[in-house]
Ligand binder design. Sequence first.
Ligand SMILES: Nc1nc2c(ncn2[C@@H]2O[C@H](COP(=O)(O)OP(=O)(O)OP(=O)(O)O)[C@@H](O)[C@H]2O)c(=O)[nH]1
Length: 394
Amino acid sequence: MDSKLVEPKYRDQITRQLGDDLSRRSLIGTIVYLLIWAALMLPSMSELTNRGHNTALLICTAAVLTVSVLRLALVLFYREKAKKLNTPSLWPLQLGVFTSGAVWGLICYYLISTPAFADCTMSLFVATAGLCAGGITSLAPSKESVSIYLFTLVTPLAAGLLVADVPRATSIAWLFSIYVCGLYAISGLHRREYFSALNTKMKLVEQTERLSQLNTIDPLTGLKNRRFFETQLSYEFKRAVREESSIAIILLDLDYFKAINDQFGHLIGDECLKEMARTISCQLNRSLDIVARYGGEEFAVILPNTAQQDAYLLADKLRQKIEHMSIKVHAKTVQFTASFGLSTIIPTINDSEIELLSQADIALYAAKNNGRNRVEIFDPDSSASFDLVCQGAV
Ligand SMILES: Nc1nc2c(ncn2[C@@H]2O[C@H](COP(=O)(O)OP(=O)(O)OP(=O)(O)O)[C@@H](O)[C@H]2O)c(=O)[nH]1
């Protein structure tokens, strides 16, 4: 691969894309290769057989068939490698190009230098010119493949022209030289355009990924936002149904936040939210847990595979951490508390995550009503939350 044309950070993805493209093109190339041989030989087959050249023809046909099967096998081998490796080497594809080019070139040499096949010479030149054009167009993204193909295909043909008594040999040699040079130059342009398009595509993919990442993040706290939370909740809920495992939701809301804003200003209010986000994130040690800013001063936590008692212990630990947090503003210290609503379920197919969320909301509402700075667990029996052993009520 031409590394000057590829941005280093996209090297791996582009190498992979190049391999995919070349393997697809090689498949088509192999079929066209076979068809060209058939079109070249079938019309003159009976005549050549009558002249007693059937053994030579059979050997050439067997060689064309063998090299096509080999090339096909190499493409499949490359595809198998590509399933396991991120950036598989392109050598199987290049070996396929080399063998098919070399076999065609040698057959050309043999047919041109054998007087009995003089009738086929013109159609052989046309077929080889077509193979050159098609091969170079489809292999253009790989400079090495183009060079291998041209060299193996054209060198024996040129040698054949030198040794055999071909009418207008000089003219044909010139025509082929111009033709091959022109094709080679055009393949360079094609290659530049191909890699420029790939670099642009990779940049777009990268920017789209970054944008969709940003789309899931709350800019103030750096936590995930509500949209992400809801998507993940749905996903985790379905997983809990499948695995028949417990899932818990904690909703927490800063107490009297309006008063903090009014007293210290919105910037200090923002600092409280950021500090709170940091505290919640620090307390969640499992990578499975998801914390998000659910609303203005409201946060939400999903705890997959967590029983009610464990979720309660975590919520109360968070409550205590927040209670003991403080933010310095000039000479003053801002302290605040938060209220928590908790709901847990081992869901079945008939349950829904929206129900679980609204249960956590009911429990949070109860925590606010029951005095704030406390954890309430949703009680399914009374359909209202009840106070659990929570020590820090204001
Ligand atoms: N600084 C800041 N304030 C916010 C933000 N989002 C919401 N708020 C404020 O949060 C306050 C929420 O007030 P309320 O809904 O009355 O709740 P509260 O004062 O916390 O009272 P309780 O929840 O009942 O304890 C409002 O004053 C909002 O303006 C934010 O991003 N930054």
